[in-house]
Design a protein around this ligand. Sequence first.
Ligand SMILES: Cc1ncc(COP(=O)(O)O)c(C=O)c1O
Length: 363
Amino acid sequence: MFILFVFSLNRAIAEYLSHDLPYKLSPDDAFVTSGCTQAIDVALSMLARPGVNILLPRPGFPIYELCAAFRHLEVRHFDLLPKKGWEVDLDAVEALADHNTAAMVIINPGNPCGNVYTYPHLKKIAETAKRLKILVIADEVYGLLAFGANPFVPMGVFGSVVPVPTLGSLSKRWIVPGWRLGWFVINDPNDIFRNPKIVERLKKYFDILGGPSTFIQEAVPRILQQTEDVFFTKTINILKQTSDICCERIKKIPCISCPYKPVGSMAVMVMFSTDGYAFPETFYLDCREQKRYGMTPLKKPVDLQRLNELASIGYNMVKQGLVSRQVFSLWLNRDPNSKIRALLKRHKLIATAASSTFGDKRH
Ligand SMILES: Cc1ncc(COP(=O)(O)O)c(C=O)c1O
């Protein structure tokens, strides 16, 4: 009975993700996780071996660095290019990879950059990864949350070029981050990556993890199959609207600009720059001004000479009321090496400016 139930859940996930693929996934390709966060942990744990490294995007989602650190997996960063719609710097990927590189990660639609990659760019990523003999781990937790000219294309479309573990969850598209239901899915129609040893290792690891609660698991097939389009359309409209508001407001804040208007996910990157401004050595970010724009106020002087870096702003409509108050909040780039982070820490501002990501789960 239990086996049948798990099988129908995996089948529902495989069918849902097969909609946009040129081949059909089987239930054996899908593994259920406790949110996408656990799928990230699974992916990195599977790769971890002494000496192995992984390529991560910068800016990116800091849970990857955290998981890698726990697994003693070496991390190398490739840049995303703001002037090219935050595309992957593939030259950097080629330069960073060596025979110990196991995989590269892409986040599409992107957090924190708000990018949605085009088919040709994803194809180039797949071809590069194939050449380098590495996997492409595709974090598609924001899958289908695209509201610009580029439609969302799942990386699994290129599964026959390069094996693609796809990570996702209900958290974003269904706006239920607290339900902790995610998936780790292997897109590998040519069985390049999948061998009995790897599958065995995965199964054993899932025996340890346990996965999400049965209440939620049982609901998943209906959620995936029967959610009405109007729900998704509404979310997309709100995201588009809030991203427009966000970008308009950013224009009015001195020293902050938006290098690329977001076209997907729930975040936008902003550029802090003092160029062209004759500022004194320190500068008080005006709390009233920030409050007016709904931003988390920074109360202490910030040395803008050193604040010349990217940070991310989330226009996080998860905080319900679906942003009718036009609220958006500052999301820090939580890269531990971030100059902004170090700077804010020194000024003891970090607590007020912390990301809302973890808070979401309590709502
Ligand atoms: C890029 C990215 N991956 C994974 C996650 C984690 O998703 P979940 O809440 O399903 O664990 C998030 C959440 O913000 C995210 O932004």
